[in-house]
Every structure is written in structure tokens, then in C-alpha cells.
Design a protein around this ligand. Sequence first.
Ligand code: IVH
Length: 684
Amino acid sequence: MTKSKQERDGATRIGELVDELNEHCYRYYVLSQPAISDAEYDARFRELQLLEAQHPGLVRPDSPTQRVGAKPLEGFATVQHRMPMLSLDNAMNEEELAEFDQQVRRLLAKDGALPGEIEYTVEFKFDGVAISLIYQDGMLAQGATRGDGTTGEDVTANVRTIKAIPLKLRAASPPQGVLEVRGEVLFRKREFEALNEERQSRGEETFANPRNAASGSLRQLDPQETAKRPLWFFSYGVGVVESATKGISGLGRRPLDQAMRAVESLGFSISPGYRVVKGAAQLVEAYREAEAQRDSLPFEVDGIVIKVNDVDLQERLGFRQRSPRWAIAAKFKPVEAVTSLEDILIQVGRTGALTPVAVLKPVRVGGVMVSRATLHNQDEIERKGLLIGDTVVVRRQGDVIPAVVAAITASRSGRERRFVFPSKCPECSTPVQREEGEAVARCPNGHCPAKLHNRLVHFAARDAMDIEGLGDKMVGLLLEHSLVKDLPDLYSLKVEALQELPRMGELSSRNLVESIQGSKERPLDRFVFALGIRHVGSKTGQVLARHCQTVERFLQLSEEELLLIPEIGPETARSVAEFLGESYSQSLVQSLLAHGVAPAPVIVDASRDGALAGQSFVLTGTLSGMSRKEAEEMILDRGGKVSSSVSKKTSYVVAGESPGSKLDAAKKLGVPVLSEDEFSALLR
Ligand code: IVH
């Protein structure tokens, strides 16, 4: 059968458009040199869509229309990395960086191969999410997260939506076989701020930093959602390079920088300023220069990564447990900025705790605008000697909420004033209480509106009852219009009543009612956590739910019984017993049950349960393959215990990246230290 002329013309035009649009995409997202306007791009895109609709058989897999296509996923499949995705050791300052060069030279000398000065590649350490991309015969076949380094999650459908990732490698004859490109998916600072502003205006939770935003976006089950997020990609290396690929693309070429140039030529961005330096002095100079550039970059970086350029020397140097001896991450100092402390406000939390919050003149700290910072409590303000009107140093690093470090007393004019901690709750005027030996002042009024507000927000939060659309703003609206007087009222909310609220349409009202009703059967651990009992975080919620299995049993817990649960300390036991002893709490839970809330029992996986029974863990540093919470959950799941300080009784300290003083404590006390990989192996 011969193809009709129309079919032939269609095929030619489709081919032209795909190539042309992909080229523009590359120019925009990788080269940052757009050649046509957005409107022109859109017009060609629509022409392509139309032609593809007329000739469905001619749709090319690398067509830009095929970036978002897949339906929402049920979950992510796991992916076994053919080559493990390693982590890096850290150097925290210039001395440690110079020491790295010394060590490389020492090791090579021992091996009888000391060359002159060593060549190193220098690139930024991106603060995003590590991704492996598998290209099969030049076409993107799989995208996976790093996971624990050995096993990651298959996020192919989401990765395909990232425009800086080519669906097809740029090469006249695409390399055959498997080529694995590795790198980091990230959010740019400006787009991160815009995303958070938008989320805030919708009453949704904001992301703590661009890294969390990137990670959250990549782990959306619906690729349409990921596609809405402006994600970028930078490559920092290759993984599997099958021999057929080596010849064609020059990837097998040594040294390392040449392979990275080959990756660049295949259509990827690599680190801006990527270069090769020689010897310790140049390394230190490159580190200083990079740090000076940090704020002017469009994305966040937390240091530079140094790698021995000569691949033969890399092979001689080899690996430690989970990181190569031929590479190191040289971290930058935490970012600080100077601004003025305009006021101090008091926030009343769900447990009634009064927290002073610094109102700052908005300032950019490491690329992110900061206008509030917690001051923790009264003692903290006094310890730092802060006065309203002071010029202060503000610091932000990683996830940490911005902190006021100190006042610059030399800049005082004499007009600064002392902050007087209120003796009455700013929301309900009830005299506050501060218990002996406690740093926190509290409002004791059970009906304090601020407490109710925050209890509602906490109840609906993602790790609690997970009620989408019920954030801070929405709760404010509900209270203001007296639609809700306590938690159970949420479950009687009607679409008709919600529709009357400002800016609430029928659809959003319906969605909210649906997500509230949908939360009724959340597992017991979330329900217990959602109640907002003092000292009961989500971890304790799990311990209690596992112990009780049913709400009825939970309601009957006594302080004595609580004290017998190994993971529950005396303070928590007292707090839970106090809560359960109040008739208000009992009737609150009963009322929730009467409204149809039916917490599901927590299923204890018998095959896993108990594997870590009797063992206690302390976590320190940042884990790269899982969040702190996930790690804790996995330990608890297996019957282990997690505690926050190291003692002789601690079974293991798990040390992630940039471990803190807990690692020193472990070494001093002789407690075994596990790397993240060793920890993952233990869990398996
Ligand atoms: S190289 C064998 N280069 O840092 C070395 N990693 O701590 C493997 N990262 O999981 C990594 N920027 O997600 C390398 N320029 C860079 C990087 C980089 C960020 C991340 C990466 C890795 C983690 C290791």
C-alpha cells in the first residue's frame, strides 16, 4: 500500500515541526538563548498538535506534545540502579579543601603513582533532587530518583515533563545502547518564590525551600501536576555507558571533563562555570570565586563539587563505603543577611504556647525573601539581647527556618526599645501561665480563638488528617463566619453554606466538603496526632496507635500504662494522660466518632515487625535517599526505637550528610555509626 500524498506531506511537516520545536526548547532551557517568541512557539506547537490529531500514526515519541500524556499513576515502581548512586564527603572550609588535595596526594604516593599537581574539575553543588536518566538508543527510556542509592523510584512520566531534559539526545546519529546521564532536578529561586506565593494565596502549605519544592513536584502521581511546575535539570555525571555509546558520542573519552563536554553536546546543561584547575592553591581560589557568585545564580547551590579529572587516578583512589575518594563537596558558609527587626509579634499555637516572632524588614537571604523568623521564647530574646528597632543578622541554611543570629549593637541609635512579653494572651486576654522550669508561656483558656484556629489547621495538616484545601486562610474564613466552632463541626459543613463565603465557588466548596468527608477513615496514628496533644508528634502518634489499635482503647489509656510503653517518656505520658483525663477531650473524640470519623487500625506488618526490636537509633545529618521522617517510620515499623540524644544505651547512630555533634558523641561513647547505605542495608 502506498502512502497518500497528504500522509507524506503530513509526515514531513510533523518531522520538521518536532525538530524545530525541540531545537527552540533546547535554546530556551539549556542555552538560555531563545530565538523565537513564546507566541511563535505556541503557534507552531498548536500546528503540530493539529497535524498529529489528523495523523495519529505519525506521532513521534520525542514530539514536544508527548511530554505530558500519561494518566495519573497509582504509585511509583521501584528501580534498581545498575551502578549505585553515591554520595559525597564534605569539606566545610578552605583548610579542609586543601586537606582533601593533601589526602589525594598521600594516597596516590602510597600507591606509587604520585604525579605532579593534581587536576580537578570544579562545578557547583546543586541543591535539588538527584536523578538518573536512562537513554536507550538515544531516546529517554527511564527517569529514576536516587532513593537509597541502590533502589530508587521510577518517575519517568514526571521527568518527561521537564523541558531541560531532552526526550532524544542531540546527535546526528544518536548513540546506540544504554547511556545513563545523572544530575539534579531543581527549582529556580524566583520561580520557587512565585510558587510559594501562589500556594499561600490558596491557603495551601508552602515549601520550606526550593529543594523540597523540587522533590514534591517530582513525586506527584499526576504528571499533569508536575508539568505545571517549572523544573530545571543540570547534569553532573554519567552512570552506565555501554560500549556502543562510548565510541559514538565520545563519552568513553578521558579525562572526566571531556566526558562532561560530551554530555553537554548531547543537549544537557552542565554547571555554569564548569572548569578544570590544578593543585590546592587553584582549588581554594575556585572555591572563593564560586562562593562570591552564589547569590547571583538563579538557583540555590550549597557549595562546589571537586572531582579528580584523571579517570585512571580515580580508579586508583577508589571508594569508601558510600562515597568516592576522588571527589568532595566543599560547602559554603551558611547564608546571612543584615536587616532590621521592625517588631516582635506573639503567635498563640494550638497548645496555647505563646511564641514571639520577629517581624523583619524583608530581606533576601541566599536568594529567598525572608520577612519573619521565630524567636522561640522570651529567654531567647533576652539571651540574644534583642531590642525592637535593632539591626540584626539573619541566617538561613538548608531546611532551617530563618533565625535571628544576633543584634549588631554598634548600629544602635538609642531609639530601640525593649520588648515586653505580654502577661495576657494577645487573642483572648486570659492571663498567661509559665510553669516552673519551662521556657514557654501558655494561654490556659481552652476556648481561646487562636488555639482553636491552630488546632483546626493542625488537624487538617498533611501528616495529620490530610484535608486538602483546609489551610490557614480557609480555617480563618470558617471561624470568622461561625461555620465551625470546634473540630467535629467540620464534618457537618455543607456545600451550600461554604458557597456563601467570599471567593468560594460551587466547585471549590464541593471539593472541600469532599476532602473533609474523605478524611474520615484516616489511620489511627494520624488521628491521634491530629488531636494536637502536647508532646505528641506524628512519631508518638504511631507508637500510641500501634499500642492501642482502636480509638476505644486509646481513650482508656492511663498514665501507668503509658509509662510502660518503651518509646513513651514521662513527660509525654503525663501530657497524654492529662488530655484523656479532661472530660472535654473525651467528648470531643466521641463527637468526632459520632460525626462518622472512624480511624482505621494501624496494620503492623508481621514479616517486618520486630526485626529491630529492642534497638535504639539516633539520626544525625541529612539523609539523601529518604527524609528524616521516613527513616524514623521505617525504624518504628520494625519495632525499633528512635531517640534524639546519644547515650551508652544507643544501639546505632545513623549519620547522614553534615552530621552534627551527635556523631562526636557516638564516637566518644563507642556507639556504632552507620552510613546511610549501611542503614538501608540493615532495614532490608
Ligand atoms: S557527584 C560520585 N556533582 O550531591 C559522586 N553530586 O552528596 C556523585 N549533587 O546525590 C555525585 N550537585 O544529588 C555530584 N555537581 C554535583 C552535584 C552533586 C549536587 C548531589 C547529588 C548527590 C549528592 C551527593
